[in-house]
Design a protein around this ligand. Structure first.
Ligand code: SF4
Length: 435
């Protein structure tokens, strides 16, 4: 099976030859370009927006760093040249550098990774290499921040392309969350009820900035992943009358619904509206206040795709990620984290057809690794996580060769005070046990 990038290049070339102006089976023809090109296009248009793909209509915050300095030689290098340079630099660096690759990363980068996993698995994998001076995180910004929090101060965490943010994480910025918190405190006060539960516990998904993890640490809150969201919500309900869950409304809703929280007790908080767009009574009656955030990749999945998969492949096993909308999760056979999806496929002893609702790079890799099964992505359109896609091999070659020369570029550093509070929220998560 060809990589996502190879397929994108082929489709785009064919479309150009036929004179088609719109993307066919990719969500954007711009996916075929080098990320530095669309960085530049955005800068020229004066519009901070993410690159092509699922998050192309999301607006990147003004503060999103821009990759301006990738030297021309890396933009012009052929795939074969970049491959040779990356391998040579990696061999020279040896144990001094560890490369981490997220499940959603493109194959052209994953092939060099020492570890492949989800964001938390990777941050922990880095801990097994305490002698590595550099941790090169081929993921997105919040993941590199988490690795910096968990690594030693001597280790430099490097994000090869600084513009590789996460549009979902950016949907909840610290100022908006602080503002929300103030409004909630005005309504609920700060005093615990008769059973000692505080009015509201903040819970942030791992896919959030370090500043928000620190916010949770400071305010009695906690971090969750898509693997442990249920346990974390139970932890929060033991200590609080309600939860403020950010940034992903879908993970919050799907998890709380599975715990029996009625939908009418899950109002949405839109940070652009007064009281998040709710009246006081709705908030007083709430059990979970859901931040108006979402993943543009997982939002693409819909019930129609599941119905079509069932029609085309009777007996198909549909597994989706809990960042998908609730009706998609409800229509699927099961829902779970990337790790859950991997394990579910590994557990199938008979050849099985799986329709998967998560990012295409991961789905294609699962298909290649499990040839005994038929595995395909529910979304018929090739639409990778476009922020993750910004890590092109050219950036990896550049940061590695700079390290060989003794220079650290694109280092991600989280302030010490933020680190301390974020660690508190992460440690609460690690200590949280099933009720
Ligand atoms: S897949 Fe979605 S949540 Fe994950 S990094 Fe990409 S935009 Fe963020």
């Amino acid at each position: 099976m060809s990589s996502v990038n190879t397929a994108v290049q082929l489709i785009t070339r064919e479309e150009a030859e036929k004179g088609l102006s719109r993307a066919g089976s990719t969500c954007s023809p711009a996916l075929a370009r080098g990320p530095w090109e669309y960085d530049l296009a955005e800068a020229l248009a004066g519009e901070p927006a993410y690159g092509p793909g699922a998050s192309s209509s999301d607006v990147a915050p003004q503060a999103t760093p821009r990759q301006g300095q990738l030297p021309e030689e890396y933009k012009k290098a052929s795939d074969a040249e970049l491959d040779a340079r990356i391998r040579a630099a990696k061999a020279t660096l040896g144990d001094r550098a560890v490369i981490l690759g997220h499940f959603y990363q493109r194959d052209e980068v994953i092939q060099y990774a020492d570890f492949v996993g989800d964001s938390f698995q990777l941050a922990n994998a880095a801990l097994t290499k305490p002698d590595a001076e550099a941790i090169i995180f081929c993921g997105v910004h919040f993941m590199a921040e988490t690795a910096d929090i968990l690594s030693t101060p001597e280790q430099a965490v490097i994000l090869p392309n600084l513009a590789a943010g996460c549009s979902m994480a950016d949907m909840a910025d610290e100022d908006s969350v602080e503002e929300c918190w103030e409004q909630l405190e005005e309504i609920f006060g700060t005093e615990p009820d008769a059973s000692g539960r505080v009015p509201v516990i903040p819970v942030t998904y791992m896919n959030s900035s370090a500043a928000l993890k620190a916010f949770c640490g400071r305010n009695g809150g906690i971090v969750c992943t898509s693997s442990n969201a249920k346990v974390v919500l139970e932890w929060a309900f033991e200590r609080g009358q309600r939860v403020l869950f950010f940034p992903d409304q879908h993970l919050g809703r799907n998890t709380a619904k599975a715990l029996g929280v009625p939908l009418e007790q899950m109002p949405m908080w839109n940070p652009r509206k007064e009281l998040g767009g709710n009246d006081e009574q709705q908030l007083l009656d709430s059990r979970v206040i859901l931040w108006h955030g979402f993943c543009s990749v997982h939002k693409r999945f819909n019930v129609g795709q599941i119905e079509k998969a069932r029609q085309d492949f009777p007996g198909v096993n549909v597994i989706v990620h809990p960042e998908c909308p609730m009706e998609v999760v409800d229509a699927a056979d099961s829902a779970g984290s990337t790790d859950f999806i991997k394990k579910a496929i590994a557990a199938a002893t008979e050849p099985t057809t799986f329709a998967i609702g998560t990012e295409i790079n991961m789905v294609n890799r699962l298909a290649a690794e499990n040839p005994q099964h038929t595995i395909f992505c529910l979304d018929p359109v090739i639409c990778p996580c476009s922020t993750m896609y910004r890590i092109h091999p050219g950036y990896l070659a550049w940061v590695l060769e700079e390290l060989v020369e003794g220079r650290v570029v694109n280092r991600i550093t989280v302030d010490e005070s933020v680190q301390d509070n974020a660690k508190i929220a992460l440690e609460r998560m690690l200590a949280a046990k099933p009720a």
